[in-house]
Design a binder for this molecule. Structure first.
Ligand SMILES: [Zn+2]
Length: 228
């Protein structure tokens, strides 16, 4: 029994609870809290959370069964702060920070530090559009490999003051230059990916849908090849 997969209904119930709690409270609930709230045994909840992680619906903390990110909502404070209606959320990366504004469908102020020099930058989402931005976004890991090590991938999705800051960071980290996006492109990508994440009938976008989204945002070439 313990090795059986949890019922689909429970996995869905856990998903809805986790994401609604994250959206409402800014805090991502962990298995003990989920078990208590849903009145279910902890092992069943842990199994459901594992299944959600396996389905890439959320991300577990390394070497742990706790949720690291019910992405775009990061469970722990990060360098990507998102302020919405007097609440403060955190995203793992600049992409998820924008994803929080998209998922909540609210005006948001995002604050992030330049990945290179640490200068604080601000981006504003108003009325579903990027109303103010600065800097450039750099992704280091080609999208086909993003889940090989999602912690590394996320930690390298950063905002920079400009091209020279990206170049300096790549040299210092001994990483090849990846893809540079304007904040507007990153916003549109995050919006396309995350806008429905809080909806009860959300499902993960399939390959074809993702392949449609990328060129709409002006992203093409080997870095964005999902099939390889
Ligand atoms: Zn910098």
């Amino acid at each position: 029994m313990s090795s059986a997969s949890p019922p689909v209904d429970l996995v869905r119930e856990v998903r809805l609870y986790v994401f609604r709690q994250a959206a409402e409270t800014t805090r991502v609930p962990q298995p003990p809290q989920i078990a208590q709230a849903l009145g279910r045994p902890l092992p069943a909840i842990q199994e459901a959370v594992s299944q959600l992680a396996a389905g890439k619906v959320l991300i577990l903390a390394p070497n742990d069964s706790n949720i690291w990110s019910a992405n775009p909502f990061c469970a722990v404070p990060s360098g990507f702060r998102v302020q919405v209606a007097g609440k403060t959320y955190w995203g793992i990366c600049i992409y998820d920070a924008m994803g929080i504004a998209a998922a909540l469908a609210e005006d948001a102020r995002i604050q992030a530090l330049c990945g290179d020099c640490g200068k604080l930058m601000t981006l504003d989402i108003q009325g579903g559009a990027l109303a103010h931005s600065e800097g450039l976004v750099h992704f280091a890991v080609p999208v086909h490999h993003r889940w090989d090590n999602i912690a590394f991938t996320s930690s390298t999705m950063l905002l920079f003051r400009g091209e020279e800051h990206i170049d300096r960071w790549c040299v210092a980290r001994e990483l090849p230059r990846g893809a540079v996006l304007t904040p507007q492109q990153c916003w549109r990508l995050a919006h396309g990916w995350y806008e429905d994440k809080l909806k009860p009938d959300w499902r993960r976008h399939n390959l074809e849908e993702t392949e449609t989204l990328l060129p709409e945002v002006g992203l093409s070439g080997p870095f964005w090849n999902l099939r390889e």
